[in-house]
Write a protein that binds this ligand. Sequence first.
Ligand code: GRF
Length: 192
Amino acid sequence: MPKRVAIFISGSGSNMVKLIKAMQSGLIDAIPVIVISNSKTATGIQKALELQVTPIVISNEPFNGDRTSFETAIHNILIQHKVDIICLAGFMRILTHSFIKKWNNKILNIHPSLLPKYKGLKTHQRALNAGDSHGGCSVHIVTSELDDGPILGQKAVAILPNDTSKDLSARVLIEEHHLYQKVLAKFVKDCD
Ligand code: GRF
């Protein structure tokens, strides 16, 4: 049975679009069942609709910092939709240990650095500031430690002279799109 995938977003959802298209075209043997956004203004919501995948907004705001209730709302939606795997794709909330435990080894994340370097934010600027020869991206299994967990795939991207963080981020994003598809395709096969 193809695995049922939920994609979590907070923003533009370009990784989400690539993952959905790869599943819909059979490149990944899985079904994109829902997109969950914690932000009602995420532009990825409209893109999910255009790709005929139901977007569900669960805004964290009304929960006023009550992460457990916010995540319970998400968890219930995932159960209702019989989700097997969660792909975080630019989801800007940190999940609690308790949620991650419920979805142990079933949550993937894409991070725009060559982990374990540059966990957290502003990854490209930090790579530039350090004088690194390469930036890059990583897909990993989500564990309770931020941007940690077993790395399933990485792609290095050369830093060019005079690169700004915007330049580097644009080139890395293209590689993220390829990497995430490739890793998810293997991950769903290995789940069987
Ligand atoms: C990507 O750079 C991803 O690595 C990071 O957030 C960004 C999301 O971009 N976690 P998009 O929403 O997929 O375009």
